[in-house]
Design a binder for this molecule. Structure first.
Ligand code: RUB
Length: 308
């Protein structure tokens, strides 16, 4: 029964029914929590082995998700550091570590909402793409501060996450304009800002986000509209500083088109694209609002242990 629940969460992550980097990372932590809670392992060694196995599977579900990887690695690392405990104690310890991690991600989101809301002014027309919890929380905070603004939401083909964003903002009584992705250049002249989330920050200061983000960034630059990114520092992929490229998830072609209707054609379906630092005005994180260069300097120093 418990394993079935875990499998269901995994299927939901894979099918993007659970989506957005933060939610995916939290769902991954919940899987480890469930696995530990229900495991019948008699030794801490066996328990850790089970945890590592399921975690490997979880991390493979969405390849472009450093936050998911970071969360999984952190939980496993903490669990492994207490292998001196008996199986029952370790089980309880792991459940608590997962709870703490989930709580921490909530705190990160609240700080991003606070700092990011300062960039939103009454009268703004802000374009966003896809569905990002960081972005939604910023708009929610700005609205609660009494600011009146409009959000242009792009539909975000092929899975239409823009509809989630539109619905959530309407619930917050935000004025929403919805358009197809290919209308973004045509409506950019009306925008005063662009605000998007991110799945990854790379060592060269680029961000990786839902496919279509890069073209919006290019259009924003052309129209001199500030392009702002909101994301937690746990999305920094320090492996990119060692020369590993950020993997870009390639999804099933049937999400894009029915291959039987256009036979003989190679269909591409990359889930994400890379926006270089030159296009990014600033990145809003839980530790502050920085240019990509400054932020990466701080995060790289921290990753190498020099920042702590
Ligand atoms: C979602 C997406 C979001 C980032 C950030 O893609 O690209 O902008 O994940 O999300 P998908 P958050 O729908 O494929 O998961 O701010 O929620 O972490």
């Amino acid at each position: 029964m418990g394993d079935e629940k875990i499998k269901k969460i995994m299927r939901d992550i894979k099918a993007i029914r659970i989506q957005g980097a933060r939610n995916v990372a939290v769902a991954g932590a919940k899987i480890l929590m469930m696995k530990a809670g229900q495991s019948g392992a008699r030794s801490s060694r066996a328990l850790l082995l089970e945890l590592r196995e399921v975690s490997k599977e979880v991390m493979g579900l969405r390849p472009t998700e450093p936050a998911l990887r970071f969360g999984q690695e952190l939980i496993i690392l903490k669990a492994a550091s207490r292998k001196d405990l008996g199986a029952d104690e370790l089980r309880k310890y792991i459940v608590q570590v997962c709870r703490d991690y989930i709580f921490e991600t909530r705190k990160v989101l609240e700080k991003i909402a606070l700092y990011g809301s300062r960039a939103i002014a009454s009268g703004d027309v802000v374009m966003t793409h896809c569905h990002s919890h960081c972005v939604i929380e910023i708009f929610r905070a700005a609205k609660r501060q009494g600011k009146d603004f409009t959000v242009i939401v792009t539909e975000t083909r092929p899975l239409y996450q823009g509809t989630i964003t539109a619905r959530e903002l309407v619930r917050e009584k935000v004025d929403v304009v919805y358009c197809i992705d290919s209308a973004s250049a045509a409506v950019m002249a009306k925008a005063t800002k662009v605000l998007v989330g991110a799945d990854a920050i790379t060592a060269d200061g680029a961000i990786v986000n839902k496919i279509g983000t890069y073209q919006i960034a290019i259009e924003a630059k052309e129209y001199k509209v500030p392009f702002i990114v909101a994301c937690g520092t746990h999305k920094y992929d320090s492996r990119t500083a060692l020369g590993f490229p950020e993997p870009i998830e390639q999804r099933a072609v049937k999400e894009v088109a029915d291959p039987r209707k256009i036979r003989g054609v190679k269909i591409l379906n990359p889930a994400f694209d890379v926006t270089p630092k030159e296009y990014i005005h600033e990145i809003v994180t839980e530790i502050g609002v920085y240019s990509p260069e400054t932020l990466v300097g701080i995060l790289e120093a921290k990753a190498r242990g020099a920042g702590d």
